[in-house]
Design a protein around this ligand. Structure first.
Ligand code: FAD
Ligand code: UDP
Length: 399
């Protein structure tokens, strides 16, 4: 049994419920059922299989890789179905773990923002200031002095507005952050936890990379290929196009790993946790290049999308045409972003308390732990969760 012959697509997946004795032919019982084939679920499945557990991975989507899923479009260009995913991490352990399943293409992410009709670097750096204000600041000290003259003192930095105002002042905040955030989250930055805009640093040098991390690279053949290798293990079966609710009783399992939304798992008992969604508009254009960098941000309210991604910058593919994606934020739809606010965290805590007393169930991932985590953080969370739940727990009795 390998990955390919055990993949069931939507439709077929109903058979096991109707007639479990006919399909699947073997192993209707698994040590662990894993809900979700994204980073959280796939890392857990891979680790569990590596210690000899039999695993059934179930995902309601018709593909693996969760939100990191990429695919070739009609033009033969590799695009990210759910928006741009750029890999970066400071953790050697996480980078080495993933390197078992992929080669890498060196790539440092650079983003420009369209502000006052100009394309300028974001994160705000010395170049951004020089272009926007027609200045010629030459040193970090000069740029620091410029920002200090604009920054407003904020005694206690609590919100996403405070973070930016304290660093660059209100004018740059208005130009780069206020409206982008209002579009992206449907909330004013003052209504969001400081952690949201803190993701974007402010620089006084001319470093125009989006991330500071030690490791910055893209999986050479894409994310989906990397996930295929992770899940390609004789102990792992895969059921795609299948919701957990459809199969929870059809396959016996001793343990459950759940990586879907935690509020959904508990039947929305305390009410729905808020998530922000997006609509992705993919387009192929008859021109070799569309924009100078992989991502251009549009931090104004008139433009209905937040950013445009052009994938050839990420992949290095050569083609006479180019494929882009526009991201339109929306309230309804797939849960993409947990919304970092105190009241949401309080509601999550109530679900988390239920999760703690749920026996033989492990909650991992961005949706199950309601955390605005990057891919590498989810890999780290899953590796730690695996060790805690399945390695140390098993060793304990023998100690
Ligand atoms: P997911 O990838 O969401 O996987 C969960 C899976 O569970 C899904 O496939 C879902 O279909 C399945 N599922 C849920 N409930 C059920 C159920 N009841 N039954 C069956 N299946 C179920 N991170 C970065 O590091 N760099 C980036 O550049 C980056 N860009 C991003 C851009 C966007 C637009 C978004 C939305 C996220 C981005 N991220 C980025 C974050 C990254 O997507 C996440 O950190 C990562 O994908 C989380 O993995 P996960 O397994 O927790 O969740
Ligand atoms: N942000 C902004 N303007 C920008 C870039 C980011 O206001 O040009 C804010 C916005 O609130 C965004 C957050 O900073 O949601 C984090 O940005 P990041 O690029 O990390 O978002 P992600 O890639 O996770 O969507």
């Amino acid at each position: 049994r390998g990955l390919i012959d055990t993949v069931l697509m939507a439709g077929q997946a109903l058979h096991p419920i109707v007639s479990p004795t006919i399909w699947p032919p073997a192993a209707p019982k698994y040590d662990v059922m894993v809900v979700g084939a994204g980073f959280a679920g796939s890392v857990m499945a891979e680790r569990l299989a590596s210690i000899g557990k039999t695993v059934l991975v179930v995902d309601r989507r018709p593909h693996i890789a969760g939100n990191a899923y990429d695919r070739l479009d009609d033009a033969g260009l590799l695009i990210h179905q759910y928006g741009p995913h750029i890999f970066h991490t400071n953790s050697t352990e996480i980078f080495e773990y993933l390197s078992q399943f992929t080669e890498w293409r060196a790539y440092e992410h650079r983003v420009l923002a369209k502000v006052d009709g100009l394309l300028v670097p974001i994160p705000i750096n010395r170049t951004t200031i020089n272009i926007l204000y027609g200045l010629d600041l030459r040193s970090e000290a000069e740029a620091e002095a410029f920002l200090a003259s604009r920054a407003e003192p904020v005694p206690l930095i609590e919100t996403s507005e405070d973070v930016v105002i304290a660093a660059v002042g209100r004018e740059l905040y208005d130009k780069f952050f206020r409206d982008y955030t209002r579009k992206q989250w449907g909330l004013d930055p003052s209504q969001l936890d400081r952690t949201v805009t803190s993701r974007v640093p402010t620089r006084t040098n001319t470093d125009d990379r989006y991330f500071n991390d030690r490791f910055q690279a893209m999986p050479a053949e894409g994310y989906t290929k990397m996930f295929e290798r992770m899940l390609d293990h004789p102990n792992i079966d895969l059921l795609l196009g299948t919701d957990y609710a459809q199969v929870r009783s059809a396959y016996l399992h001793t343990q459950l790993v759940f990586t879907g939304p935690i509020d959904e798992y508990f039947g929305y008992r305390f009410g729905k946790l808020p998530y922000r969604s997006l609509r992705f508009e993919h387009e192929t254009i008859d021109t070799p290049w569309f924009q100078p960098v992989a991502v251009v941000n549009y931090p104004d309210l008139e433009t209905p999308y937040t950013r445009i991604t052009e994938y050839k910058h990420l992949t290095g593919q050569e083609n006479d045409r180019t494929s882009i994606t526009r991201e339109y934020p929306q309230a309804e739809g797939d849960a993409y972003y947990p919304i970092p606010r105190e009241e949401n965290q309080a509601l999550f805590k109530r679900y988390e308390a239920l999760a703690r007393s749920e026996e033989n169930v492990t909650f991992v991932g961005r949706l199950a732990t309601y955390r605005y985590y990057n891919m590498d953080q989810i890999v780290g969370q899953a590796l730690a969760s695996f060790r805690r739940t399945f390695l140390h727990a098993e060793r304990a009795p023998a100690d």
